[in-house]
Design a binder for this molecule. Structure first.
Ligand code: FAD
Length: 479
C-alpha cells in the first residue's frame, strides 16, 4: 500500500466506471482509490442472487476487474466486517458508495455507516441508480404516490426534477494496489452444471456490452418500440434490463442518449413510450423503498385471504414449459435457455400461474428470481404483484389473459413458439397456439401425438378462468 489515506470505493450494483458518482467523487480527491467488491450473501439471506444472476455477476466482475487494471479488491462475507477489515488494512479514511434500495441493503448500509463514522471514517453515499431518488418524489401532503401515472407525470416529469446529465469515466484514476483479494473465480459464482451455456451465447455482461446494447437498440429498435415492444418474435426491445440491474450502465446515460435522438411526431411517441418504461423501473424501486414488504406481502391486504391452490405438479409443469399452452411453454423455455423472457410473455406466463393455475405469485417470483439474468427485487416483486392484482397500482384481478388469443395476437406467424417449442413447429398457424383443437389428421401430418410429443393442456381455459373469478369474488373488500 503506497498511499496513506486512500478512499475506498465500494462497488455494489454499479459495476461501471462511467457516470459512477461514488467513483467520480473519489477521483476528485488527491487520495488514492481502493476499489472494493464484497459478495455478501450473509446479509442478503434469501435475497442472495439466484443462479442466473450469479452467472452474470461473475462475468460483470471480470470486466470490471479488467477496466480497473486488476486493482479491484474482491472479498466475500458480512460486508460490515469485511469493510472494517479493509479500512484497517489500508488505513483508509473515507468510504464511498452508490445507494441501493433493497430493504436488506438499506438496513445493512445504515449500520455500516454508523459503525464507520463512529470509528472516525468518513462515509459518503451517492445516487447512481435512480433518475429520481425515491425520497425526492412525494405528493403535496408528503406521502408517497401509489399510482404510476401521477407518480411519473406529476411527481417526476412535471416536478422540475431533472435526471442529471451522465458524466464520463474519470481520467487518470489513482488506483492503489492491495494484495489481500480473492479472484473472481474464487467467489464460485458459476453453477456446477453447464446449464448456462445457452445464456452465454445471448449476452455480453459488462460496461462495454451495455453500451453496445444501447447503441444497437437506438439504431434498430427505438423507431418501432411502441408497437414492437409487444412482439416477442421480434427484437424491438432494448434488453438492457440486466445491464441496468447490475449498474453496468446508468439509467441517466440511457435516458439522455435516447432522449437526444431526434425524429418526427411518430418517432417521439416511440421515444416517450421507451422512457416511460424507465419510469416503471423508477416506480418499482420507489414502491420497494416506501413499502419494503413488497417482495413478501400483498400490498392489498384483502389478498391475504385469497384461496391459493397447492399444486406441486402444476408448478413443475409451468417451470419446465410443459403446460400444453404453447405461448406459455415458449416463454418458460426462453427463460430457461437464455435467462430472459420478453415482457409480454412474462405477463402471459404470470397470469397463467396466478389465475389459471391459482398458484401464489410468490412461487412465480421465486422461480424468476433464480432463472432471470435481470432478476431485480423491485421490478420482479412489483411486476408479480401487478399481474396478481395484489399490488397498489395493479392490473384488475378479473383481467385474465387468454394464452391462445395472446399468442395469436402477439406471435401472429408463430415464429416465437416454433423457435422454443420445436416439437409442434409443423402445425399450421391456425392450430399452433392451441394444438388440442387440431383435428387428428392435422396432428398426424405434423407427426404429433398429444400427451406423447407435447402435453395435453394442463387446465381447461374457461373452467380455470371461472374458478379464478370465483376465488376473487370470495374476497371481502379491503380491510
Ligand atoms: P425495455 O422494454 O427495453 O425497457 C427498458 C427498461 O425499462 C428495462 O430494461 C427495464 O429496466 C425497464 N422496464 C421495462 N418494463 C418494465 C416494467 N414492467 N417494470 C419495471 N421496469 C421495466 N424486470 C426486471 O428488470 N427484473 C425482473 O426481475 C423483472 N421481473 C418481472 C416479472 C414479471 C412477472 C413481469 C411481468 C415483468 C418483470 N420485469 C422485470 C419487467 C420487464 O419485463 C423487464 O424489465 C423487461 O422485459 C426487460 O426487457 P428490456 O430491457 O428489453 O425492456
Amino acid at each position: 500500500m503506497t498511499d496513506s489515506k486512500p478512499v475506498i470505493v465500494w462497488f455494489r450494483q454499479d459495476l461501471r466506471l462511467a457516470d459512477n458518482p461514488a467513483l467520480i467523487a473519489a477521483a476528485k480527491s488527491d487520495n488514492g482509490i481502493l476499489p472494493l467488491y464484497i459478495l455478501d450473501d450473509i446479509n442478503a439471506g434469501e435475497w442472495a442472487g439466484g443462479a442466473a444472476s450469479r452467472w452474470w455477476l461473475h462475468h460483470s466482475l471480470l470486466r470490471l476487474q479488467e477496466s480497473l487494471d486488476g486493482r479491484l479488491v474482491i472479498r466475500r462475507g458480512d460486508a460490515s466486517k469485511v469493510l472494517a477489515d479493509v479500512v484497517a488494512e489500508s488505513a483508509a479514511t473515507a468510504v464511498h458508495w452508490n445507494r441501493c434500495y433493497e430493504p436488506w441493503r438499506i438496513k445493512r448500509d445504515s449500520k455500516i455507516r454508523s459503525a464507520l463514522q463512529d470509528a472516525g471514517t468518513s462515509v459518503k453515499s451517492f445516487n447512481g441508480a435512480q433518475l429520481f431518488e425515491p425520497t425526492a418524489v412525494l405528493k403535496g401532503d408528503g406521502s408517497p404516490y401509489k399510482v404510476f401515472t401521477p407518480y411519473y407525470k406529476n411527481g417526476c416529469l412535471q416536478s422540475g426534477l431533472q435526471p442529471r446529465k451522465p458524466a464520463a469515466k474519470p481520467r487518470g484514476l489513482k488506483l492503489l494496489e492491495h494484495d489481500n483479494s480473492l479472484t473472481v473465480e474464487q467467489l464460485e459464482l458459476l453453477p456446477m452444471n453447464e446449464w448456462y451455456r445457452g445464456i452465454e451465447v445471448e449476452w455480453t455482461p459488462g460496461e462495454l456490452g451495455a453500451r453496445q446494447r444501447l447503441t444497437e437498440f437506438i439504431n434498430k429498435g427505438l423507431a418501432n418500440y411502441q408497437s414492437g415492444r409487444d412482439r416477442p418474435d421480434q427484437r424491438y426491445v432494448s434488453r438492457l434490463s440486466p445491464h441496468l440491474h447490475f449498474g453496468e450502465i446508468s439509467p441517466h446515460e440511457v435516458w439522455h442518449a435516447v432522449g437526444a435522438v431526434k425524429g418526427n411526431e411518430e418517432f417521439a411517441a416511440n421515444r416517450d413510450s421507451f422512457l416511460s418504461e424507465l419510469g416503471w423501473r423508477e416506480f418499482s424501486t420507489y414502491s420497494l423503498y416506501h413499502w419494503p414488504e413488497l417482495p413478501e406481502q400483498n400490498l392489498q391486504r384483502k389478498f391475504n385471504r385469497f384461496p391459493w391452490r397447492d399444486d406441486a405438479q402444476g408448478l413443475h409443469c409451468w417451470q419446465q414449459g410443459r403446460t400444453g399452452f404453447p405461448i406459455v411453454d415458449a416463454g418458460m423455455r426462453e427463460l430457461w435457455q437464455t435467462g430472459f423472457m420478453h415482457n409480454r410473455v412474462r405477463m402471459i406466463v404470470a397470469s397463467f400461474l396466478v389465475k389459471n393455475l391459482l398458484l401464489h405469485w410468490r412461487h412465480g417470483a421465486e422461480w424468476f428470481w433464480d432463472t432471470l439474468v435481470d432478476a431485480d427485487l423491485a421490478n420482479n416483486s412489483a411486476s408479480w404483484q401487478w399481474v396478481a392484482g395484489s399490488g397498489r397500482d395493479a392490473a384488475p384481478y378479473f383481467r385474465i389473459f387468454n394464452p391462445v388469443t395472446q399468442g395469436k395476437r402477439f406471435d401472429p406467424n408463430g415464429d416465437y413458439v416454433r423457435h422454443y417449442v420445436p416439437e409442434i413447429a409443423d402445425l399450421p398457424n391456425k392450430y399452433l397456439q392451441s394444438p388440442w383443437t387440431a383435428p387428428e389428421d392435422v396432428l398426424s401430418a405434423a407427426d404429433i401425438e398429444l400427451g406423447r410429443d407435447y402435453p395435453q393442456p394442463l387446465v381447461e381455459l374457461k373452467a380455470s378462468r371461472e374458478r379464478a373469478l370465483a376465488a376473487f369474488k370470495s374476497l371481502t373488500p379491503e380491510d
